[in-house]
Design a protein around this ligand. Structure first.
Ligand code: PMP
Length: 383
């Protein structure tokens, strides 16, 4: 009989979803999924109401205005609008040396095509002061923005976004923050951290369905559009217009995913994000205590949080992942779309096994993982 599923890949996407999330997406599809902002029929109106409810929930959670809450397909899409919109017309942008490809690839391709230039600033293993000094040293007269993640996706390393935001505000730079791994795990306050643009997924720590993301703008921030088309506003005009959030929302929105996200956010509010953070850290410490006693296991970074990267000496991480999968334990192995972060951690040559926690994980699941890792390390389980 196949053993019980142990899902430890919540950094990729959270699973399972709270039952209220799946019910809300299902109810939307079954009972009212009209096309919001397209006419005033009852179903279009009901969808529009649900979408507005979600804007309010997001804006309460992250401290911005509901109309500055833009829906996208995912974090990558939100980051592309933010980066390409802010950098339209050229200039220089600074990104950290731990960025996901969702940030690295847009800036690298803009540079390759001669539109902008970018540099990286060092964050891994650096103090806040050193980070700010590095940003300051690399800032040029034409630097327009700083874009960095809040928490890494290969380990739980966390950037000092309050101080980076403050530096950007004082120096007239747009601060774009990638909250893909922190939203729902750590409280984020856009005003306190001086974040101009916060990019988020529905489907990770906010427990929403896949297919949605959000770009939250602070007041007065309005990057150029990436995609144009119908948004249900001023349909006779040839241009999208400046109204927020519709300026960035060309085409039909993912209403069932939005309906699910509403319940995901309510679920988080019912639990308290600080408690979730504590739960992540406790699971990390427990996993660390078990895994670090297994011969050959090397934990790549010990920052407590929702994500841990490790390797077993002499066994390729993909083999470890394959055996874990056979045992019904879901992790992610390899390079995690983050060459910069792997270089910073010293894992560029071999990648790593990533385990990542969500609210439904328990210490006994970590026991199950550790016992399989032990069996792999002693050669009892092999490919
Ligand atoms: N940034 C980070 C830090 C991530 O971990 C991820 C997802 N792995 C992304 C961006 C991209 O997120 P999405 O899949 O929602 O586009």
């Amino acid at each position: 009989m196949k053993s019980k599923l142990v899902y430890l890949d919540n950094a990729a996407t959270t699973f399972p979803k709270p039952i209220a999330v799946t019910r809300a997406a299902d109810e939307c599809l079954r009972t009212y999924c009209g096309n919001a902002s397209r006419g005033s029929n009852p179903l279009a109106m009901k969808s529009a109401q649900k979408i507005y409810e979600c804007r309010e929930l997001l804006s309460e959670t992250f401290n911005c205005q509901p109309e500055n809450t833009v829906f996208t397909y995912n974090t990558t899409y939100a980051l592309n609008i933010a980066i390409k919109g802010v950098m339209k017309g050229g200039g220089h942008i600074l990104i950290s040396n731990m960025e996901h490809n969702a940030t690295l690839r847009p800036v690298a391709s803009l540079q390759r095509d001669g539109h902008i230039e970018y540099d990286t600033f060092d964050v891994y293993g650096k103090s806040t002061q050193e980070i700010i000094r590095d940003i300051d040293g690399k800032r040029r007269a034409d630097t327009r923005a700083v874009c960095c993640l809040h928490v890494s996706n290969i380990c739980s390393y966390t950037l000092p976004i309050d101080e980076i935001g403050k530096y950007c505000r004082e120096n007239g730079l747009v601060f774009i923050c990638d909250g893909a791994q922190s939203a729902g795990h750590i409280p984020i306050d856009m005003k306190r951290s001086c974040i101009d643009i916060l990019c988020l997924p529905f489907h990770k720590g906010l427990y929403g369905p896949q297919g949605g993301g959000a770009m939250l703008l602070s007041e007065g921030v309005s990057p150029a559009t990436l995609v144009e088309g119908g948004n249900g506003v001023n349909s006779l005009e040839f241009f999208m217009g400046e109204d927020l959030p519709e300026k960035y929302e060309a085409g039909t929105l993912c209403t069932p995913a939005v309906a699910g996200l509403c319940e995901g956010i309510k679920f988080l509010h019912s639990r308290d994000i600080c408690e979730i953070q504590k739960h992540d850290c406790e699971l990390f410490s427990y996993a660390e205590s078990l895994l670090s006693h297994i011969r050959g296991v090397e934990i790549c970074d010990r920052t407590r949080g929702s994500t841990m990267l490790f390797n077993i000496k002499d066994i390729p991480c993909d083999e470890v992942g394959e055996i874990l999968g056979r045992e019904n334990i879901c992790v992610r192995t390899g390079f995690h779309c983050s060459p910069l972060a792997h270089k910073a951690l010293g894992t560029l040559s071999r990648g790593g096994v990533r385990i990542s926690f969500g609210v439904f994980n328990t210490p006994s699941q970590i026991d199950t993982l550790a016992s399989v890792i032990e069996d792999i390390s002693i050669g009892k389980l092999r490919i």
